[in-house]
Design a protein around this ligand. Structure first.
Ligand code: NAD
Length: 425
């Protein structure tokens, strides 16, 4: 049969669905729980106008998808990226449900996004877009109902705009007790110490647990990291501190390689100024297509979905892949990696440090407390190690990969909550 002229994009939501349903089959998940989890509870789509600096008005599309809240308020990031669509946000929202259950924090799963390239907007335009979107979301978000956080293309500054807009729409009496409507804020505006690096820090804790299990020392390992944004750069800096060599880095604009290790401290300063790794003098530039074939022990995809696909998976020589990004590995790539004996530490485990410290920030806001960085890191370390070991136990018990095992841990917890509460009415 001839190839269709218009190829349908693979549904990310369908991939997420297949991933957890594989685990559901293994534990014979209750039919009603399976049915409830198969669709999000709420899907909010908003088309909203924003005034550009030129005076022109543009219409943007924004999403907030609330997948499940059996374990607590909806929780999940807000993404600003040109590829954002309803299917992507649905998948990301579902993954949040499983992450929170796996790491044992009392939140459900949600995600949001706006289809926009933030690099093309000025600071003022971004502020107006954020405020208008937040206002349009209205009471669909709230400190005890649905709590956004940063993701690709958003950061602490975006969260503070969201918080301020939300607070200004409350009554005077309520206004000051609503800071925890978002997490990932700046320290001055109620953020937590350690939140900025939390996803990278959590990933390093999980990787250390894996390394201990396998008698590997991180300082002997060479890494390739895709993405040098919040998650990629913090993972790189923390691994470098532990003596690991980051030999390859890729962002949207360039792929860099240095067999002796790239100086990530210096690169981080360079990126602060230039917004990209392109042009950094401490490494050679290699072709984008060579990235996954480079001789490394571990690869950390920390950019977007679908980066490890059936073509790139075939090139990979690494022993372990730690999924910092959400959904970086396609279904067929998973099979290829398994056949090659490459371990995948799945996204719902590897990147759960971010939402864990978001939970700590939320608790601190609710109790007007400020925890020290040591306290945050200590609590995060415990959470990540426990999640890793729970996953490993299920992997051994059912003889399955870590991805399926992580879903088993999460699904068992969600199923117990439904069994105890029953289905209303
Ligand atoms: P970010 O916007 O700070 O950085 C994204 C990075 O990816 C940038 O360096 C960008 O240049 C690079 N990139 C984008 N497209 C690319 C491409 N095609 N090839 C190579 N590089 C590309 O985003 P982030 O917050 O670091 O998030 C990265 C990933 O981690 C996402 O999948 C996100 O959902 C996930 N994640 C983030 C957090 C968090 O706390 N920020 C928490 C959990 C998971």
């Amino acid at each position: 049969m001839a190839e269709p002229l218009i190829k349908k994009k693979e549904s990310l939501y369908l991939r997420a669905l297949k991933q957890w349903q594989k685990a559901a089959d293994i534990i014979d998940l209750d039919y009603s729980v399976r049915t409830i989890l198969s669709q999000p509870k709420n899907e909010i789509v908003i088309h909203f106008p924003v005034k550009m600096d030129s005076g022109e008005m543009r219409l943007y599309s924004g999403y907030r998808i609330q997948h499940n809240n059996i374990l607590g308020p909806y929780k999940g990031g807000i993404r600003y990226h040109p590829q954002v669509d309803r299917d992507e946000v649905k998948a990301l929202a579902a993954w949040m449900t499983f992450k929170c259950a796996l790491v044992d924090i009392p939140f459900g799963g949600a995600k949001g996004g706006v289809t926009v390239n933030p690099a093309e907007l000025t600071e003022n335009e971004l502020m107006r877009l954020t405020r208008r979107f937040t206002h349009a979301l209205g009471s669909n978000i709230g400190p005890d109902y649905d709590i956004p956080a940063p993701d690709v293309g958003t950061n602490a500054r975006t969260m503070v705009w969201m918080m301020d807009t939300f607070m200004n729409a409350q009554t005077a009496i309520q206004r000051n007790s609503q800071r925890h409507v978002v997490t990932g804020k700046t320290l001055t505006c109620g953020g937590s110490l350690g939140r900025e690096k939390a996803t990278g820090q959590g990933l390093v804790f999980v990787l250390r647990s894996w390394a201990d299990e396998n008698n590997v020392s991180l300082s002997d390992m060479k890494f390739a990291i895709q993405g040098f944004g919040n998650v990629g750069s913090n993972s790189a800096l923390l691994l470098e501190k532990r003596g690991a060599k980051i030999v390859a880095l890729q962002d949207e604009n360039a792929t860099l390689y240095n067999e002796q290790g790239i100086d990530c401290q210096a690169l981080s300063k360079y990126v602060d100024e230039h917004r990209t790794i392109a042009g950094f003098p401490g490494a050679e530039v290699v072709n984008k297509s060579e990235f996954f074939a480079l001789p490394v022990d571990a690869i950390i995809p920390a950019a977007l979905e679908n980066q490890i696909n059936k073509d790139t998976a075939k090139q990979i020589k690494a022993r372990v892949i730690i999924e910092a990004a959400n959904g970086p590995t396609t279904e067929d790539a998973d099979i290829i990696l398994k056949d090659k004996g490459i371990v995948v530490i799945p996204d719902i485990l590897a990147n759960v440090g971010g939402v864990s410290v978001s939970f700590f920030e939320w608790v601190q806001n609710k109790t007007s407390a400020q925890w020290s960085l040591q306290e945050v890191d200590h609590k995060l370390g415990n959470k990540m190690r426990q999640a890793f070991h729970r996953t490993l136990e299920e992997a051994k018990a059912h003889n399955v990969d870590l991805r399926t095992a992580a879903y088993i841990v999460a699904l068992k917890k969600i199923q117990t909550a439904y069994q105890e509460r029953g289905i209303f009415p």
